[in-house]
Design a protein around this ligand. Structure first.
Ligand code: FES
Length: 109
């Protein structure tokens, strides 16, 4: 595969940039993410995680199961786009457990 092949379409990171990061000591997907921004795009590494792990495997000889996947972070809470835009009827906040509460309303019992 050509070294200029883009692996992370969101951040336009190619194979050469990933291999350079590995040369400078990157060992995990998160290391490469910090150096190149690969995986920081809108898809949050859904597209580029697997190919990057394969590049690390090919370059270092590490087994794929030894290469840790990216550290995922979930949103603290779901917020409707309407609420962000200031629409009052969208001010309900859905919790990660699927419940819906009014903003400011306590869920403690
Ligand atoms: S393809 Fe890499 S973050 Fe989307």
């Amino acid at each position: 595969m050509d070294k200029s092949t883009v692996v992370c379409r969101c951040e336009e990171v190619n194979i050469d940039e990933i291999e350079t990061a590995i040369k400078f000591g990157a060992e995990t997907f998160d290391d490469i993410k910090r150096i190149t921004r690969c995986g920081m795009g809108p898809c949050q590494s859904k597209v580029c995680l697997t190919p990057v792990r394969k590049i690390i495997h090919n370059y270092t000889g590490k087994q794929l199961n030894e290469i840790r996947p990216s550290r995922m972070r979930i949103p603290l809470k779901v917020v409707r786009m309407g609420a962000l835009a200031g629409k009052k009827e969208s001010a309900q906040i859905a919790s990660v457990f699927g419940e819906s509460v009014e903003e400011g309303e306590s869920t403690d019992e």
